[in-house]
Design a binder for this molecule. Structure first.
Ligand code: GDP
Ligand code: CA
Length: 321
């Protein structure tokens, strides 16, 4: 079976671990978010690709959910001694090797998709991990504070400001001119099932869908498309997704996000404008209805691998595969 999933960082990666365990023989392609990518100290950093790669490859910090296990931050503290930041972006010593390899390969002219494949040679994540695009796309957030109205990098808003300053707008800079990376559209067209994991609907799934062609490919695939809610009982399970949803005027609820993704087909069978055939919500959200979308409710906390496998099985059942 061919499974294609769009994925952000922690939520996406944990769900994918369940996909691999539930379907050990499946051919899984992951279209990763690169909107969170940032250049620091001239290094190309792709946090969400790395979270998926390390999580599935056995190198993730279980405690933090991002970055490497047994990590040290010596280089970052030496930089701080020089008064060089930013302090808000964790740059681990082990992790630095990944950023150095990526940066050197990009500088030598390799596209990010080739670089990602090369990094995955080491980690063997057991899925084909493709960035959404080889072009540079960065999510920026428009805020207004004492320094006036300005756009800052998503990472600065998320990590330094903890998303506490309201986002007036969230902009995917470069997305309109970006092209899907090689393999992205084919993976959607040829899938037997397309999954939207419980990733951030705005800055993870939303930025992938902002690359022209990807949203249409999800809508047009012959495969069923099923999403899993990152919102349980009106709150994100982890992180500040509510601040992102507020910025785009979507209610922080399983029903709100499901309706935002929308139905591929309306109840009368005519085409809808959305993405979903099925929407999986938590038991506490069992009353959610979205016209044209099959909704099922199961416990959605990915507390351990066994619980995550049950979530994946429910999503596959909803997809009818
Ligand atoms: P990020 O890039 O690291 O922020 O990760 P993602 O975009 O992939 O996922 C973030 C989302 O995962 C957040 O909005 C959380 O609500 C959601 N999430 C995290 N853990 C769980 C969980 O156990 N269950 C569900 N349903 N969602 C979760
Ligand atoms: Ca992310």
């Amino acid at each position: 079976m061919k499974v294609t999933a769009l994925a952000g960082g922690i939520g996406g990666a944990r769900f994918l671990r369940g996909v691999k365990a539930a379907l050990p023989d499946a051919d899984v392609t992951v279209i990763g978010n690169t909107g969170d990518d940032i250049i620091l100290h001239r290094l190309n950093i792709s946090p969400d690709l790395d979270t998926v790669m390390y999580t599935l490859g056995g190198g993730i910090s279980a405690e933090r959910g991002w970055g490497r296990e047994d990590e040290t931050f010596t280089v970052q503290s030496e930089l701080a001694e020089y008064g060089v930041g930013p302090a808000w972006f964790g740059l681990g010593d082990r992790d630095l090797a990944t950023h150095l390899v990526r940066t050197e390969m990009l500088a030598a002219g390799f596209p990010l998709s080739d670089v990602t494949a090369a990094l995955c040679q080491r980690w063997q994540p057991g899925v084909r991990l493709i960035p959404m695009t080889d072009d540079r796309v960065e999510t920026h957030v428009v805020i207004e504070d004492a320094e006036g109205r300005r756009a800052i990098h998503f990472q600065e808003w998320w990590l330094r400001l903890r998303a506490q300053v309201p986002a007036l707008a969230i902009v995917s800079v470069g997305a309109a001119e970006a092209k899907p990376a090689p393999g992205v559209l084919d993976a959607l067209a040829e899938a037997d099932v397309v999954l939207l994991p419980p990733s951030n609907p705005v800055v993870s799934i939303g930025s992938i869908l902002a690359v022209p062609g990807i949203r249409d490919a999800v809508r047009e695939t012959k495969a069923p498309v099923v999403g899993v809610s990152p919102i349980i009982g009106g709150s994100p399970v982890r992180g500040m997704a509510d601040a992102c949803l507020m910025a785009i005027g979507v209610e922080t609820s399983a029903g709100g996000v499901g309706a935002h993704y929308g139905a591929r087909r309306l109840p009368d069978g005519s085409p809808g404008t959305g993405l979903l055939d099925g929407w999986l919500v938590d038991l506490v959200d069992a009353d959610v209805t979205i016209p044209g979308v099959r909704v099922a409710a199961v416990p959605l906390l990915m507390t351990d691998l066994a619980a995550t496998v049950e979530i994946v099985r429910a999503a596959l059942e909803l997809a009818g595969v």
